[in-house]
Design a protein. Structure first.
Length: 102
């Protein structure tokens, strides 16, 4: 059964954007929405997360067996991290790297 999938990207290579637009609609730059099967969603996410480079990407899709009824996947370096607390996916903000000038 196909479900609504949302993928958000920042500074990813053009070929990643091309792969996403073959299956999804891009209503605003870097924001993709589509109704995908689990197999297509997982294969697209594998391509995106493996090619994100210095950019970042997030994927949100429904999952009825989870308490929140959705799953969040992320790839790339960013200050926000998804952490699991007893089955709930929450967002943790990482502290900025504050380096004192030498």
């Amino acid at each position: 059964m196909a479900n609504l999938v949302v993928i958000s990207t920042t500074a990813v290579p053009e070929h990643v954007r091309g792969a996403l637009t073959r299956w999804m609609v891009e209503p605003t730059p870097g924001f993709y929405v589509g109704t995908l099967s689990a197999r297509v969603r997982d294969e697209l996410w594998e391509a995106v997360s493996g090619s994100v480079g210095e950019g970042a990407a997030s994927c949100v899709y429904p999952h009825v067996e989870r308490e929140q009824r959705f799953v969040i996947r992320t790839a790339g370096t960013r200050r926000r991290r998804v952490v699991d607390f007893d089955g709930l996916q929450l967002i943790q903000f990482e502290a900025e790297n504050e380096q004192e000038p030498k």
